[in-house]
Design a protein around this ligand. Structure first.
Ligand code: TRP
Length: 345
């Protein structure tokens, strides 16, 4: 579909951004560069912005209740410390807005089993264990479609790995509109931009940086202090070659490419610009520069996160207020969807 056609279909909808982060394990540099930093960039522009700590999604895999509460607050603190203004954006945790689960049920009745079977994230997570995972993990993408469409969101900033889920969201919206002969849900566009939509593991450039990997050296946690951040970058795995003078020269060098992309994202440049600046440089020069830059950008965020985490009651107040504002948008949409489906009320 062309851009013009997409705009047409969505003409009657308010330009609105929705995105979410799961509170399962603490925040990493991958969450920051691939998601939060981009959420901040979209705030205060042409869009209404709604950001959610998706705790209903987190429990598709078992979570310790005390940990879940901590992590939910930590993710909220990460959003705020990175520059999400809870006045300008709507910031809340998903379980406080029951409309997510309710629209999710409608979508479970719209989405087809065959569609869910094609979701690569489910296949990766379930692996050879597909009979033993929760039913919630299987229905996860349908709840994600509900998160987005409950607000008639037109744009969803996500990492590359979530593209298929946003496409499924469009399929669900289209089937709902078609089955009930309405023009009710928009066609949501994924926004996958910037040099670091996929931040890789610092010890193995073939794997995504994850909160659950076995070694702490493979990731940067948003709560790491300055010394830890610097040490992890200096010890990051690389190869013996110096940096090339074009991006093509990084083909087949995933660890090198990852560090260049991280540098680019942290310094608001393109990866090409970084390569142009560091062409021919060895790691002895590039890694300390990257470590300094990362400490410069990330240490203030981690300091602010600890300050916010020291007052959990204040975080809870912010989330409760955000949930109230979210409900004010979500409830009329859910009621209309119920009317369309034919529920008596
Ligand atoms: N599935 C997303 C992830 O793992 C998290 C998520 C849940 C989300 N609901 C969403 C992202 C709605 C964007 C929009 O990263």
């Amino acid at each position: 579909m062309t851009d013009a056609a997409t705009t047409d279909v969505n003409a009657k909808f308010t330009p609105r951004v929705f995105s979410g982060i799961k509170p399962s394990g603490g925040l990493t540099l991958g969450n920051y560069l691939g998601a939060i930093k981009r959420f901040v960039d979209m705030q205060g522009g042409d869009f209404e912005t709604i950001y959610c700590v998706v705790d209903l999604h987190a429990i598709t895999v078992w979570q310790d209740p005390t940990e879940l509460r901590n992590t939910t607050r930590e993710v909220a603190a990460g959003f705020i410390a990175s520059g999400i203004d809870p006045e300008q954006s709507v910031l809340f945790n998903q379980s406080q807005v029951s409309q997510h689960a309710e629209l999710g049920w409608l979508f479970n009745c719209v989405a087809r089993v065959g569609w869910m079977n094609r979701m690569t994230q489910f296949k990766d997570k379930a692996g050879s264990n597909a009979e033993k995972v929760s039913l919630g993990l299987y229905a996860y993408p349908s709840l994600m479609a509900a998160d987005i469409l409950l607000y008639h969101a037109t744009h969803v900033p996500v990492g590359e790995d979530q593209k298929q889920h946003v496409e499924l969201t469009r399929d669900i919206a289209q089937k709902f509109n078609h089955d009930f002969k309405v023009d009710f849900f928009p066609e949501t566009n994924p926004v996958i931009e910037g040099p670091a939509t996929r931040v890789m593991n610092l010890r193995d450039g073939a794997k995504k940086m994850s909160k659950s990997g076995e070694s702490d050296m493979e990731r940067i946690n948003m709560t790491d202090d300055a010394d830890t951040i610097a040490k992890k970058f200096k010890k990051a795995k690389t190869d013996p070659e110096p940096l090339p003078d074009t991006l093509d020269g990084l083909a087949g060098r995933p660890e090198a490419r990852n560090l260049v992309d991280i540098y680019a994202a942290l310094s608001d440049q393109t990866s090409q610009q970084v390569i142009a600046e560091y062409a021919g440089a060895g790691w002895g020069k590039f890694k300390p520069a990257l470590a300094d830059l990362a400490v410069d950008k990330l240490a203030p965020i981690s300091t602010e996160m600890s300050r916010l985490m020291a007052d959990p009651a204040e975080i809870d107040r912010i989330l409760a207020r955000g949930a109230e504002r979210a409900r004010a948008i979500a409830q009329p949409v859910l009621q209309q969807a119920y009317d369309i489906v034919g529920f008596v009320r």
